[in-house]
Design a protein around this ligand. Structure first.
Ligand code: PLP
Length: 227
C-alpha cells in the first residue's frame, strides 16, 4: 500500500509532466486534493506533505473538517459539490471558494451571506456536453450568467469548472475540454479576476491539462478509492 504522501507525490509529478508536455508554464496548473468521505487524519497527512488546496462535496462534512483543522496555516477550502439554498450560509461562512455555481438564487444567497471583507471566490459550472444528468449552465447562457455573477459585490468571479460526460471516447473528451478552454479564454478577456479553469480529475487530468486546465480536482489518485 502506498501512503498518501507517496500518492500525492505521484499526482504532483503527473501534473508537472503533463504541464511540460503541453508546453505550458511549469506553475500554471494547481492541484486540488478532493478529500470527500476521507477522515481528517488523511487531510493532515496531505497537508504535512505540502498540500494546501482541499475540495469537499458535502456541507456538513466539509464544515466539520474545516473546524477541526482551523489551526493549519494557509489551507484553502473549495466547495465543489452541488449546493442547496438552505446550506448556503454555512458554505459562505466557512469555505474560501465555491466551484459549482449554476443558479442565480444560490449565488445571490452566497453573496448576501458573505462578509464584504472576505469575498468568496466562485467558478461557474458549465454543462459542456449538454448532459441531462449533469448540473451546470449551458454554453449559450454563459455570457449573461457571468455578467450577473460578476455584478454581485461579495463574490469574485474566478472562472469556470466542468465535469465532462462519463464514458466518452478520448476524442470526444478532448473536444469537450477544448471547448471549455475557448469559453475560458473569452471570459478571461472580459473579467480581470478570471484566472481559473477547473477541469480534470484522477482519470483525465493529463488530457485536461493538455487542453488548458489550470486546476485539477484529484481525489482517488491521492486518497485512494472511496467506499
Ligand atoms: C469527487 C470529485 C472529484 C474527484 O474525483 P476523483 O475521480 O476521485 O479524482 C473531482 N471533482 C468533483 C466535482 C468531484 O465530486
Amino acid at each position: 500500500m502506498e501512503t498518501i504522501a507517496e500518492r500525492l507525490k505521484s499526482a504532483q509529478i503527473t501534473v508537472k509532466q503533463s504541464t511540460l508536455d503541453a508546453h505550458r508554464l511549469s506553475n500554471s496548473v494547481k492541484l486540488l486534493a478532493v478529500s470527500k468521505t476521507k477522515p481528517v487524519s488523511d487531510i493532515v497527512q496531505a497537508y504535512e506533505s505540502g498540500q494546501r488546496l482541499f475540495g469537499e462535496n458535502y456541507v456538513q462534512e466539509g464544515v466539520e473538517k474545516i473546524q477541526a483543522l482551523h489551526t493549519l496555516d494557509g489551507i484553502e477550502w473549495h466547495f465543489i459539490g452541488p449546493l442547496q439554498s438552505n446550506k448556503t450560509r454555512l458554505v459562505a461562512e466557512h469555505f474560501d471558494w465555491v466551484q459549482a455555481i449554476d443558479r442565480l438564487k444560490i449565488a445571490q444567497r452566497l453573496n448576501d451571506q458573505t462578509s464584504a471583507h472576505k469575498p468568496l471566490n466562485v467558478c461557474i459550472q458549465v454543462n459542456i456536453d449538454d448532459d441531462e444528468n449533469k448540473a451546470g449552465i449551458n454554453k449559450a447562457e454563459l455570457k449573461d450568467f457571468a455578467k450577473t455573477i460578476n455584478a454581485l459585490p461579495n463574490l469574485t468571479l474566478r472562472g469556470l469548472m466542468t465535469i465532462p460526460k462519463a464514458n466518452q471516447s478520448q476524442a470526444e473528451q478532448t473536444a469537450s475540454f477544448a471547448q471549455m478552454s475557448v469559453l475560458f479564454e473569452d471570459l478571461k478577456k472580459q473579467y480581470s479576476t478570471v484566472d481559473t479553469l477547473s477541469m480534470g480529475m484522477s482519470g483525465d487530468m493529463q488530457n485536461a491539462i493538455n487542453n488548458g486546465s489550470t486546476m485539477v480536482r484529484v481525489g482517488t489518485a491521492i486518497f485512494g478509492s472511496r467506499n
